[in-house]
Design a protein around this ligand. Structure first.
Ligand SMILES: C[S@@+](CC[C@H](N)C(=O)[O-])C[C@H]1O[C@@H](n2cnc3c(N)ncnc32)[C@H](O)[C@@H]1O
Length: 262
């Protein structure tokens, strides 16, 4: 029998890659919802309880993880390893990539063998989430990944405000509030049926100005700490003056004229 050495070599290489891949663990990015421990999917809960290691993002060392606080009651009696990873909540500085890489290396270290890890994400992993900074490095390290969606903060906020987020053929814009952005905020609210403003505490004054500029045509709901026992919903501009806007707040702005169609 004639052996095709080139084919054989390819096959051996394929097997050894497969074997190598089999030894790597798996990382699940799980959305834990915005604050209510019951707003996690059944799939997310099962994987969370079965995982060997739970990775929790925190904004500074020792700051703790709100995502972990949300799900910790589900882990009672479990003895999983809990690992906090620092992900700063700002966009400044060239060291961010370095930190993501460092965190990814730590995660990969914990998942050696066939361990399973869970990376907790507030709300849903696809929306402004630290998990996405880690994902490319996991892929590069040959670690299998899977994303388990969660309830986003803006869906929870709409539910708390008992308002539709978007209906019929309306448009929806989702964006963060950035510092010194009042002009663009005013314009974006003016030009769209529905606008979700995330991280509104980043520039409270810009937000208030944009809401004032659009008050004739648009109404708003500012939902803070949705799903927790400190939840609040504000929709009267008077209630905004002099009060702080917590980081865990989401604003939904809607055109008044569309509300007649519901
Ligand atoms: C880093 S982003 C995370 C978004 C998250 N991945 C999601 O799916 O909603 C943080 C922002 O989400 C919003 N947020 C998260 N949890 C919230 C809550 N419980 N109530 C209101 N807004 C919340 C706020 O706008 C906050 O500034």
């Amino acid at each position: 029998m004639q052996v095709d050495t080139e084919e054989a070599e390819k096959y051996i290489k394929k097997c050894s890659i497969q074997k190598w891949e089999e030894k790597m663990g798996k990382l699940y990015g799980i959305g834990v919802g915005p604050g209510d421990p019951e707003l996690i999917t059944l799939k997310g809960l099962r994987i969370l309880r079965e995982a060997d290691v739970i990775f929790c993002p925190e904004k500074a060392e020792g700051a703790g993880s709100f995502a972990f606080e949300i799900i910790k009651e589900h882990l009672e009696g479990n003895e999983q390893e809990i690992v906090n990873l620092v992900y700063p909540m700002h966009y400044r500085g060239g060291h961010l990539q370095e930190m993501w890489k460092k965190n990814a290396d730590r995660i990969a270290g914990y998942l050696e063998g066939e361990k399973t890890g869970v990376f907790l994400t507030l709300g849903d992993p696809s929306v402004y989430s630290t998990f996405m900074y880690t994902l490319p490095y996991m892929k590069a390290a040959g670690i299998d990944t899977e994303i388990i969606p969660g309830v986003t903060s803006f869906c929870a906020a709409a539910a708390s405000a008992r308002t539709p987020l978007v209906s019929w053929n309306e448009r929806l814009v989702i964006m963060p509030v950035r510092k010194n952005s009042s002009d663009s905020l005013t314009k974006i609210i003016d030009e769209n049926d529905n606008v979700v403003l995330m991280k509104p505490s980043a520039d409270r004054e810009a937000l208030l100005q944009a809401l004032r500029d659009n008050s004739e045509d648009s109404c708003f709901y500012l939902v803070s700490r949705a799903g927790t026992d400190q939840e609040s919903v504000v929709n009267n501009p008077v209630d905004l003056s002099g009060t702080d806007i917590p980081y865990l707040s989401t604003v939904i702005v809607k055109k008044r004229k569309n509300l007649d169609n519901y």
